[in-house]
Design a protein around this ligand. Structure first.
Ligand code: CA2
Length: 158
């Protein structure tokens, strides 16, 4: 990796630090640390680097989104329960309209309880991967890579 390797911020919301310990029938057996390793390996294959974080606090997620302004090439976000409640995270994501933002969920919230059907992230996301387990993070990194390559080609042909 060189010092100008594009950084992808991967944010994980509340309770995702408990993955692998409960409800494996919904979220799978992998821990968040397993998912981080999977993301590292995928990013290395694509020539990207990742900044992988988890917080149980809405304000901390908002602060991290603010701090990432102008410094990252893409954002992958599994805001967990804040997906369905957080106008603050929606507003912070608006800072990043010039880079690809991808929403990821391990399960498919739209097939679960009605309170999980609405997402405050979705209107700002260029892509959404849900119900694919940890593989959704791989798809999200591949989507960002494809989008960046396409943008580079478009710039070259101008
Ligand atoms: O499917 C997803 O990735 C979710 O974002 C997970 C959230 C849920 O609120 C969203 O509706 C969908 C919940 C994450 C909680 O994960 C736990 C895992 C094991 C034990 C306890 C919680």
């Amino acid at each position: 990796m060189t010092s100008n390797t594009p950084i992808i911020l991967i944010l994980n919301g509340p309770n995702l630090n408990m993955l692998g310990r409960r409800e494996p029938e919904i979220y799978g057996h992998q821990t968040l640390s397993d998912i981080e390793s999977l993301c590292h390996n995928t990013a290395a294959r694509l020539g990207l680097s990742i900044d992988f974080r988890q917080s149980n606090h809405e304000g901390e997620l908002v602060t991290w989104l603010q701090q990432a302004y102008g410094t990252v090439a893409g954002i992958i976000i599994n805001a967990a329960a804040y997906t369905h409640t957080s106008v603050a995270i929606h507003d912070a994501l608006k800072l990043h309209q010039d880079i690809p933002v991808v929403e990821v969920h391990l399960s498919d919230p739209k097939t679960r309880e009605p309170f999980r059907h609405h997402s405050y992230i979705e209107p700002l996301a260029a892509a959404l991967y849900a119900g694919l387990g940890a593989h959704g993070y791989v798809k999200a990194l591949e989507f960002i890579d494809k989008t960046r390559n396409q943008a580079n080609r478009d710039n070259l042909s101008l």
